[in-house]
Design a protein around this ligand. Structure first.
Ligand code: KG4
Ligand code: ZN
Length: 344
């Protein structure tokens, strides 16, 4: 089955064609980063307006690029949540309507299930069961995945998401949006040991996360450094703060992932979502799984952040399992992943 996937939940218009026999045929991405940068974050209304301009031209482009005609498409998958309501409505309305006019089934996809399944697009995908660490701008979750579509929440952030913490730390350091990759870049030049950042909640049992304390600690460190060095902090101090912040987030995630593997007895860990593109996190988790005699899986960086390929893939699995939508179009800005129906 060949599936057209549409992702418009936030600030990226991602479109892709996935074929269950031949794999991913093609994907395109239009990022709104330049549009939102001047505001220091995503402006929902502007995001919707840009998605509606870009979605159909990108669909036309990917259909041509993958040599697909409407007759080749067996189903359409689109993100219906979680995300920004207006942005979601664009992809859902276009996707559902196109499926109706082409006479094919439609599948409403959970954005985080899309992220979680992105490593399946790579060579040597993980077998079930596995533990998934989902780390994006809106979510930090540890999920036990015992089979296709069977999700049990092991732990999640009680406040900020890991990506959100990266973005806020970036702002405090005067780095532009989106902050995560910029903090990571600056941290490469820093000494993570000059400042001693806390590792939140690691001494408490359980698998929940908290990143808001780290945010406050970062702010206090920036302010104390300004008093010492003046308002224009030297680059080296900023780099040291970025490195210390990143180490604290990475350590916390590693400790909780190790605990999740030990608690479940599962020996496969996948990481997904924007923060899973972080090189330090990948390296540290790689070392941890080695010691635990477990395996680590992740997608190539462009499929860690928002993209259409993961939505086409996730939708294809659900359409093949016989699931689909009626003609009423619904979006779900908040949507617990554990509410999803299993696939088999
Ligand atoms: O999954 P994603 O593209 O969108 C959401 O579903 O939220 O994740 C975006 C988040 C942003 O907070 C961004 O700063 C963060 O992922 N991010 C990173 C890196 N690349 C993206 N954080 C740390 N290191 C990175 N290399
Ligand atoms: Zn995402």
């Amino acid at each position: 089955m060949r599936v057209l996937g549409i992702e418009t939940s936030c600030d990226e218009t991602g479109i892709a064609v996935y074929d269950s026999e031949r794999g991913l045929l093609g994907d395109v991405l239009y990022s709104q980063v330049d549009l939102h940068r001047q505001y220091g974050g995503v402006v929902p209304e502007l995001a919707s307006r840009d998605h509606i301009r870009k979605t159909l031209p990108l669909i036309k482009e990917i259909m041509a690029e993958t040599d697909s005609t409407a007759d080749d498409i067996g189903g359409i998958a689109y993100t219906t949540g979680p995300g920004l309501v207006g942005a979601l409505m664009v992809g859902a309305a276009i996707g559902r309507s196109l499926a109706y006019s082409w006479g094919v089934p439609a599948m409403a996809v959970h954005h985080m299930e899309g992220h979680l399944l992105a490593p399946m697009l790579e060579e040597n995908p993980p077998a079930f069961p596995f533990v998934a660490l989902l780390v994006s701008g809106g979510h930090t979750q540890l999920v036990e995945v015992s089979g296709p579509g069977v999700y049990e929440m092991l732990g999640e952030s009680v406040d900020d998401a890991a990506g959100e913490a990266f973005d806020k730390a970036a702002k405090m350091l005067g780095l532009s949006y989106p902050g995560g990759p910029n903090v990571a870049l600056l941290a490469q030049r820093g000494d993570g040991k000059r400042f001693n950042f806390p590792r939140p909640m690691v001494n408490r049992p359980g698998l929940d996360f908290s990143f808001s304390g780290l945010k406050t600690f970062t702010l206090n460190t920036v302010q104390a450094s300004r008093q010492q060095y003046g308002d224009n902090l030297p680059e080296s101090i900023k780099a040291d703060i970025a490195a210390a912040f990143q180490s604290a987030v990475v350590d916390t995630l590693v400790i909780k992932c190790r605990r999740a593997l030990q608690q479940t007895g599962i020996s496969r860990l996948i990481i997904a979502g924007g923060v899973s593109a972080n090189q330090e996190l990948r390296l540290a988790l790689g070392e941890m799984v080695k010691k635990q005699q477990a395996e680590l899986f992740y997608a190539r960086p462009k499929f860690c952040v928002d993209n259409g390929a993961m939505i086409a893939y996730a939708g294809c699995q659900r359409l093949l399992a016989g699931q689909g939508e009626d003609l009423s179009i619904e979006v779900r800005p908040r949507w617990p992943m554990t509410e999803l129906a299993p696939l088999s």
